[in-house]
Design a protein around this ligand. Structure first.
Ligand code: ZN
Length: 208
């Protein structure tokens, strides 16, 4: 795994401004966690000012592209009324995936700073480094490992908690009485989830 910046000796010093921005991104990650999404947060800075924030919300919005970076990017582009954001810097708590890395380059971001490395889908050095492809014409600088420990810790705790919840759900319920043989052979009821059938539209109220 390519994580050259994990070595503190090799890691460039983090400026107070970068650390401050990453803490704001961490706050955004907590918002994602509150609604049950994987806790990843992002902020976009321009001339030292926060112009947009975003957090991961693909599940709640039924949108596979609603990663923290893209949520923030859309807000920033709308605010600036421009599809290119060459004066902007994005801070995100997790290494961007390929989709986000390309979107940030399409938007001509000046710099991308991320916290934890993502060995599974990271596209800034972990799996691939799209920012370093000489064939791709862009000027986006990238820096990883800023507040990597708290950013990664938030994700590790989230997944540990989710695994524990899934395990608890798989445990058979404790019953006071032994089930009868017939009951134990009954097929398990398959949960139907939260979706319900669409009801026909109500008849138009008759107005006299
Ligand atoms: Zn992404």
């Amino acid at each position: 795994m390519s994580e050259p910046l994990l070595d503190p000796e090799a890691r460039p010093p983090v400026s107070p401004a970068d650390e401050h921005a990453m803490r704001l991104a961490l706050d955004q990650a907590l918002n994602a966690e509150l609604i049950g999404e994987v806790p990843v947060g992002a902020v976009i800075m321009r001339h030292g000012q926060v112009i947009a924030t975003g957090y991961n919300r693909p599940i709640t919005t039924n949108d596979p592209t609603a990663h923290a970076e893209l949520v923030a990017l859309r807000h920033a582009a709308t605010l600036l009324e421009n599809y290119r954001l060459p004066e902007c810097e994005l801070f995100v708590t997790l290494e961007p995936c390929a989709m986000c890395a390309m979107a940030l380059m399409h938007a001509r971001f000046k710099r991308v700073v991320f916290g934890a490395w993502d060995p599974k889908t990271g596209a800034a050095g972990s799996v691939v480094d799209l920012f370093a492809q000489p064939q791709l014409n862009h000027q986006t600088a990238v820096q990883g490992g800023v507040l990597a420990e708290p950013c990664g810790q938030l994700l590790r705790e989230f997944f540990a908690r989710r695994r524990a919840e899934q395990k608890a759900r798989r445990q058979p319920p404790q019953t006071a009485a032994l089930p009868s043989p017939a009951a134990s052979e009954a097929p398990e009821v398959i949960p139907t989830g939260e979706a319900s059938e669409l009801e026909p539209d109500p008849p138009t109220p008759h107005l006299d």
